[in-house]
Design a protein around this ligand. Structure first.
Ligand code: AMP
Length: 294
């Protein structure tokens, strides 16, 4: 059966009302399209929970801090719909911008502190845009569960906190990062990389793995771990490391000493494309360590 494509909020609400009357649960996967294996994993997870699955495809202008990034963002709706059909998605919500923002919104959602570091320092307004659109999408779809990738760890932390602080009636499920064979995190933005850039892009994952090795080797000074990881990025005119930081996993504040679980996260510019990635590393009481996600 092929997925129904809804372009209006009214249609999604009517579909949702039918599901509620039938006592059925709804799982929701919000995306910006250009679907790949990472999105597919989220959709599969939603399906495994036995729910009706809704996918939204909306390139949200509110979360883009750079106009050229919004304009260059890949849009592949036909291919996306084929993927959704193959994965048994029931409803695809693909609204035009004017459906979501008929007028400039004067009410937006801000999650404080968690957005201070990592991408938040470099992408002004980005997480307000994310929190606002996710709130709107939750209100439109009214899912029982919603699935987010750990690849966007700061986004996941923002959404979890927003749901907790605002008592939103939805359960958030985090899904581990899906990677290429060499470790590169799958991302819609990878499609923009030239062959040469693609081979250089792996440097970010290698830097994160170096941080993991440093911690496994007993390094507990977070700044020293960051320095060792940064040193892995080769001097190359096409590569610019925006940040690489060791932070706590809940509020994403910088830690000085590694103890318990830490998130090591980075952003690397490869030519004109900005890529992000992270590893979550847990130090057990006996000083052994394990990578929980990545
Ligand atoms: P996006 O379309 O990039 O906004 O992503 C939509 C959802 O897919 C977000 O929850 C992302 O975290 C998730 N996602 C994107 N790439 C991956 C990946 N490689 N592995 C797991 N989840 C991902």
């Amino acid at each position: 059966m092929s997925a129904e494509v809804a372009e209006t909020i009214a249609r999604v609400r009517a579909w949702r009302d039918d599901r509620r009357r039938a006592g059925q649960r709804v799982g929701f996967v919000p995306t910006m399209g250009a679907l790949h294996e990472g999105h597919a994993r989220l959709i599969e997870r939603a399906g495994q929970h036995g729910d009706h699955v809704v996918v939204s495809i909306f390139v949200n202008p509110l979360q883009f801090d750079r106009k050229d990034d919004l304009e260059r963002y890949p849009r592949t709706l036909d291919a996306d719909l084929r993927i959704c059909n193959n994965l048994g998605v029931e409803l695809v919500f693909a609204p035009a911008s004017g459906e979501m923002y008929p007028v400039e919104p004067l009410c937006t959602v801000t999650v404080k502190r968690i957005t201070d570091r990592l991408c938040g320092q470099f992408r002004p307004g980005h997480f307000d845009g994310v929190a606002t659109v996710v709130t709107k999408l939750f209100d439109i779809v009214q899912p029982d569960l919603a699935y987010f990738g750990e690849k966007d760890a700061q986004q996941l932390a923002v959404v979890r906190r927003m749901v907790a602080d605002l008592n939103l009636p939805v359960e958030i499920v985090g899904v581990p990062t899906v990677r290429e064979d060499d470790g590169l995190a799958r991302s819609s933005r990878n499609a923009r990389l030239s062959t040469e850039e693609r081979s250089k892009a792996i440097a970010l994952y290698q830097a994160l793995r170096e941080a993991e090795r440093a911690i496994a080797g007993g390094e507990r000074d977070a700044r020293a771990v960051e320095r060792r990881a940064e040193a892995v990025i080769p001097p190359d005119a096409a590569l610019r490391l925006e940040y690489l930081e060791v932070v706590d996993p809940l509020e994403l504040q910088r830690v000085d000493t590694i103890d318990g679980t830490v998130l090591v996260a980075g952003a690397l510019w490869v030519g004109r494309t900005r890529l992000i990635d992270n590893l979550s590393i847990r130090l057990k009481p006996d000083s052994a360590y394990e990578t929980i996600s990545g």
